[in-house]
Design a protein around this ligand. Structure first.
Ligand code: AMP
Length: 190
């Protein structure tokens, strides 16, 4: 089962992905986490992308696609993957299809966390205060939201046309969202 957790920044993708990992043993592939780890480690890649993340812009397709391919390679035999924060562009979605097809696999389900943008702003200012993630500051967050609407939201009709898109109310409690995702997963394997 390969699942994409889809939605704007701060919709709760990371939180839900970690819960799915605990419950089902899937492997979470978060390009945001990978990039932050590279920055923290001070690697070449980290130095190249640091200012991009700080600005709330998108890292190049080439870089994030290479990261995902590396991780897919390193995780053969996994029961499934949860893609969190990837794909974010049409080119990334195409690369993901191709990478999975080479492994005799495919995207089985896309869960879209539907959230209200004003509520998101509130949620993210709370997260900024609690966790101090630099790109959660209100100005950068708005840039991230704009990027989502311009570059990532166009993926919605693509997955909807394939019949693999399910929408979940991302404004509900964490437990309720997990429950709704589990239901969609059960329906997808039935
Ligand atoms: P996230 O933790 O998913 O919100 O990602 C944090 C930041 O990492 C984003 O604002 C982008 O700068 C960068 N990033 C993460 N994933 C991608 C991706 N798939 N494509 C381009 N940039 C990404």
């Amino acid at each position: 089962m390969n699942l994409i957790l889809f939605g704007p920044p701060a919709a709760g993708k990371g939180t839900q992905a970690r819960r799915l990992v605990d419950q089902h043993g899937y492997i979470q592939l978060s390009t945001g986490d990978m990039l932050r780890a590279a920055i923290k480690a001070g690697s070449d890649l980290g130095r190249r992308v640091e200012s991009v993340l700080a600005a709330g812009a998108l890292v190049s397709d080439e870089i994030v696609i290479a990261l995902i391919e590396e991780q897919l390679e390193a995780s053969t035999g996994a029961p499934g993957f949860i893609f969190d924060g990837f794909p974010r562009t049409v080119a990334q979605a195409e690369a993901l299809d191709a990478a999975l097809a080479r492994r005799g696999s495919r995207v089985d389900l896309v869960i879209r966390l539907v959230v209200d943008e004003d509520a998101l702003l509130e949620r993210v200012s709370k997260r900024f205060a609690e966790q101090g993630r630099k790109d959660d500051n209100p100005e950068t967050f708005l840039t991230r939201l704009e990027k989502y609407n311009a570059d990532t939201a166009p993926l919605v009709p693509i997955y909807a046309d394939r019949g693999i898109l399910r929408e979940v109310d991302g404004m509900a409690s964490i437990e309720k969202v997990t429950f709704a995702i589990d239901k969609a997963l059960r329906e997808a394997v039935a």
